[in-house]
Design a protein around this ligand. Structure first.
Ligand SMILES: Cc1cc2nc3c(=O)[nH]c(=O)nc-3n(C[C@H](O)[C@H](O)[C@H](O)COP(=O)(O)OP(=O)(O)OC[C@H]3O[C@@H](n4cnc5c(N)ncnc54)[C@H](O)[C@@H]3O)c2cc1C
Length: 371
């Protein structure tokens, strides 16, 4: 199957990259570990998911996987029961169940779908300013008796995959892919609701299967020359590809220096991969670590503040050819980080930041993977 319908990352970038015309891969969960801890005061739920794969699956540090979430069985039972009510049962219910569970998007229905659905519905004027779930739509705008389940299936849209940066390294984790997933939550009509894919991933148990593809990102690669220094700026789940980078640099015994900027809300509950990071520091794989935990003191401190605090050394690294990598939230994190890098170049280096950065980008030394 070739994927055409992506909203979650640059369509242009995706389509240019013919390597990404990939088949679905089936993986099995080895471990699913909660890294952040609400009991310790975290406001987040971040999971480290380890997936076992067959040896043909090739990837490089910097790649992501595109995961196809499945729908919850309870929700599908409700939908099928509702559709089949007062209708002659046609086809196997099992097949229908699997289609709705694995193939069709039933949340956050698109305007295009709502338009098509309105032709099947007894009542018109479905409000489009609301985010619809299929079950609510079926209840509030029932399908006319003359239309069958097949007519509904014809207009269903496929589940869209979501991307997750790979946090393992093929050199260190044989036949495994690791990802770092933040379970999205938001309020809807006074209730806490969870993001479809991150919720699906957070609930996967050891031995359960999932479908995904490898999203190759040629624009986010380690320097070919392993003697080059790298600066990794990845707060929150932005740490994921840098865990992969550091395992890789350790495995290939790269001689370039590594400097990690990591941050989150609280040291005690949100320091993702703390033990591994501290071990890398002990072993000398990490030459520098700069940590910022925004809510552990009255004044919030972010990764960009740590860049400023270490501005002289930071400029000296980039002047000497270090590569800068930024991963995590596009807004505001990557914007604030970029502004700070500009400031350091201008105020510490006395250079024109526009042309300095242009030069860095030209040589592939300023790379971002933000979302
Ligand atoms: C290149 C790239 C790399 C990424 N890497 C990572 C990573 O390493 N780790 C990670 O955790 N994430 C990563 N992401 C983000 C990830 O792909 C998903 O976007 C994220 O997990 C949310 O997906 P979801 O299916 O859980 O939420 P969705 O169901 O897609 O919901 C997303 C948002 O839409 C809104 N929404 C959805 N449904 C409704 C509704 N019914 N009513 C009102 N609002 C609604 C909410 O604001 C919600 O938070 C990456 C993204 C990209 C592009």
């Amino acid at each position: 199957m070739v994927f055409r319908n992506f909203e979650f990352f640059s369509k242009k970038k995706y389509e240019k990259n013919t390597e990404n015309r990939r088949e679905k891969i089936c993986g099995k969960v080895l471990n699913n570990i909660l890294l952040s801890d609400k009991k310790r005061g975290s406001n987040k739920e971040i999971y480290h998911v380890e997936i076992s794969v067959q040896n043909e699956v090739k990837y490089l540090p910097g790649d992501s996987i595109g995961v196809f979430p499945e729908n919850s069985s309870n929700e599908i039972h409700d939908i099928i029961e509702y559709i089949l009510r007062n209708r002659k049962k046609k086809g196997s219910e099992i097949n229908i169940f699997n289609l709705f569970k694995k193939e069709f998007n039933i949340f956050n229905l698109s305007d295009n779908f709502l338009k098509k659905y309105s032709f099947l519905s007894e009542k018109k004027n479905i409000p489009s300013n609301r985010k619809w779930k299929l079950i609510d739509l079926l209840k509030e705008f029932p399908i006319k008796k003359e239309f069958s389940l097949r007519d509904l299936i014809k207009i269903m849209e496929p589940i869209k995959p979501r991307l997750y940066s790979i946090s393992s390294s093929p050199k260190a984790h044989y036949n495994e892919i690791h990802i770092t997933v933040s379970r999205h939550s938001f309020q809807l009509n006074g209730e806490t609701v969870y993001g479809h894919c991150s919720d699906f991933l957070s609930k996967l148990k050891e031995g359960e299967k999932l479908s995904f593809f490898i999203y190759r990102n040629q624009l986010f690669r380690l320097p070919k020359n392993s003697e080059k220094d790298i600066i990794l700026i990845g707060p929150g789940t932005g740490i994921a590809p840098f865990r992969s980078f550091l395992y890789e640099r350790e495995a290939i015994e790269a001689t370039g220096k590594n400097w990690l900027f990591f941050g989150d809300q609280h040291f005690y509950s949100d320091f993702l991969y703390q033990t591994e990071i501290q071990n890398w520091k002990k072993k000398g794989v990490l030459n520098r670590i700069s940590l910022s935990f925004s809510r552990d003191q009255e004044k919030k401190i972010y990764v960009q503040d740590k860049i400023w605090e270490n501005r002289i050394e930071f400029f000296s690294w980039i002047k000497n050819g270090a590569y800068i990598y930024v991963c995590g939230k596009k807004n505001p994190m990557s914007i604030d980080v970029e502004k700070m890098i500009f400031r350091v170049i201008e105020e510490v280096g006395g250079c024109d930041p526009e042309s300095f950065m242009k030069e860095m980008k030209k040589h592939g030394r300023y790379l971002k993977d933000v979302y």
